[in-house]
Design a protein around this ligand. Structure first.
Ligand code: ADP
Length: 256
């Protein structure tokens, strides 16, 4: 599979001097789902914002879909092909109707009214919000807002989706629904998350960030069961895995 994202030696500090990313090197292949885990402040959100040129106008360490982002024009060109779903749906939904929010991207892509309408209908159906066109976004439940925010990005049919904590603040049913939606989305996905169930369900690979550095990059099973690695990076092994490993060890001891 082709490489769709590449980052070479990215170091970034905010203007107040806070170091946020240090020597990040990364390669993502077409169709991969990569989960970014890390304690709060590890640099996950910064990485996503950086990739889209939202922190530095020209993110020259980044190559997206074969385009090195060495000019403002190159950054603008990839923005229609890479969608960012913000951690807080309210940052994504700013219109007075769900229709207008979901139509916003396709209108900006220059589609005619008929195509825009079709894209909105399809995107809302994809996230299970059929018939929500006239609803007021800020009156929706958290789960509905989350799905509406996803629809605004689906409607543009991006080749790469960057999702910042897509299941945070959802109840267990809501988490399961969003996990399923993401599983069905066909493109390449980069997901920043603390939700290990989401990681184990849909990620092909895990990248562990700590204090702006990539500390591990490997299979979800390997990284999420490495207690020493997790603890050294201010993370904890998921309870369910701890329990599973304990059972497995007990069974092995019993057999031995
Ligand atoms: P994460 O998404 O993993 O929680 P962030 O990317 O939000 O981490 O933060 C990385 C570091 O950058 C943290 O030290 C955070 O305090 C800092 N940071 C984030 N946003 C800003 C900002 N706008 N200005 C200054 N520092 C920031």
């Amino acid at each position: 599979m082709a490489e769709v994202l590449r980052i070479d030696g990215l170091t970034f500090a905010y203007s107040n001097g806070t170091a946020a990313l240090a020597d990040v090197n990364l390669s993502v292949r077409e169709g991969e789902t990569v989960a970014f885990i890390g304690a709060n402040g590890a640099g996950k959100t910064t990485l996503f914002l950086y990739i889209l040129g939202l922190l530095r106008k020209i993110p020259r360490e980044v190559t997206v879909l074969g385009e090195a982002l060495t000019s403002v024009e190159a950054v603008e060109a990839v923005r229609s092909r890479v969608g960012l779903v913000f951690q807080n749906p309210e940052d994504q939904l700013f219109c007075t109707t769900v229709f207008d929010d979901v139509a916003f991207g396709p209108i900006n892509l220059g589609f005619d009214a008929e195509t825009v309408k079709g894209r909105v209908t399809q995107a809302l159906a994809a996230v299970g919000l059929e018939g929500f066109e006239r609803r007021v976004p800020h009156h929706l439940s958290t789960g509905e807002q989350r799905r509406a925010a996803l629809a605004t990005i689906y409607a543009m049919r991006p080749e790469i989706m960057l999702l910042d904590e897509p299941t945070s603040n959802l109840d267990p049913r809501g988490k399961k629904e969003v996990t399923q939606l993401l599983k069905e989305f066909p493109g390449t996905k980069l997901i920043a998350t603390h939700d290990y169930e989401l990681v184990l369900t849909i990620a092909d690979r895990v990248v562990l960030l700590h204090q702006g550095r990539i500390r591990a990059n490997g299979s979800p099973e390997k990284i999420l069961t490495d207690e020493a690695l997790l603890q050294a990076n201010d993370l904890e092994m998921p309870m369910v895995l701890r329990y599973f490993l304990a059972l497995k060890n007990r069974a092995a001891a019993g057999n031995g």
